[in-house]
Design a protein around this ligand. Sequence first.
Ligand code: ATP
Length: 353
Amino acid sequence: MKILILPGDGIGAEITAATRLPLEVLDRKFALGLEFVERDIGMAAIEKGLDPMPDAIMEEVRATPFTMLGPVSTMEYPPGAQHLPSPSSLIRDNLDLFANIRPSRTRPGVPSVAKQMDLVIVRENTEGFYAVRTMFEGKGEFMPTPDLAMSMRKITVQGSRRIAKVAFDLARARRKKVTVVHKGNVLRITDGLFLREVRSVAQDYPDVETEEIIVDAMAALLIRRPESFDVVVTTNLFGDILSDEAAELSGGLGLGGSINASNDHAVAQAAHGSAPDIANQNKANPTALVISVQMLLKWHANRSGNNQLASAAAHLETALDDVLADPANHTVDIGGNAGTDQFGEALARAVDQ
Ligand code: ATP
């Protein structure tokens, strides 16, 4: 099985290297038969005279079950490349990765604002207020006159139903509770439709408790009682914002793992960005990417029924918890002094045990 590593921009090279090392140990320990292949995208591809996401690499992503995608930042690209869609959005659009699954939980030894939390935000990934990703042709954001800027929010029946199904299926494997976050009191038509469809899907899951919370109240309740949430399902922009809040509550953005998934494809990608302020300083926390890869292994294990993969995913999670429990392994963002490479080495040793 090939695992395609696309380091991307900013801290991408550092965090993918620190994630690859323990993954190689995991591969040997569980005889997963992974073949590691690394390709340049983003700035590294531009420097070779290519597009940020060369077509050939897009095809490779399509054909590869395991892709580890680093952060990309189009803001850093030269003017000629800035108008091109980012590698991340090309992958998401080409593979229709409609579900962005972002867990946040407190971990022993990791300083966090939340005392206790273990939740997953299921964010719709292809609609909502994201102007560049919602239209068949053209963009959902435009400027009819120099003093007027407009943005369109797209919500569909199909998009709402499929994300709701992902959330309820996930809740069934967890604590059986789904919180639906919306702004239906103001966005009556769009979020009205979203709510209607999520409620309809909920009827197929009578064993799962459902609650509905307005997004502004949710922003507050996440801080007040984060432990009360299990699976949270919401539209694109709300999910983006709330998942950063949740990651921060659990210890920081460097802990925010995520996968982007469709019904038959998934890509591991940390929820944070390219963090240019700390790039190339050996300061970045690779935890978010490690969690993302762990989620990807588990996602494949669940779909294929491959027990070896399931055991490897569980082992990686335990090893990560063990490493994070020791402050000597903490990177700067969570109050320690460990370098990115040091963290990767500590995790590789823990995986080997
Ligand atoms: P981009 O333009 O790619 O979104 P950004 O800096 O605007 O980059 P993030 O990359 O998400 O947004 O970073 C926000 C803040 O969080 C930065 O100060 C960054 O250093 C910090 N941060 C993000 N990811 C990590 C990480 N993995 N380890 C340590 N700090 C991180």
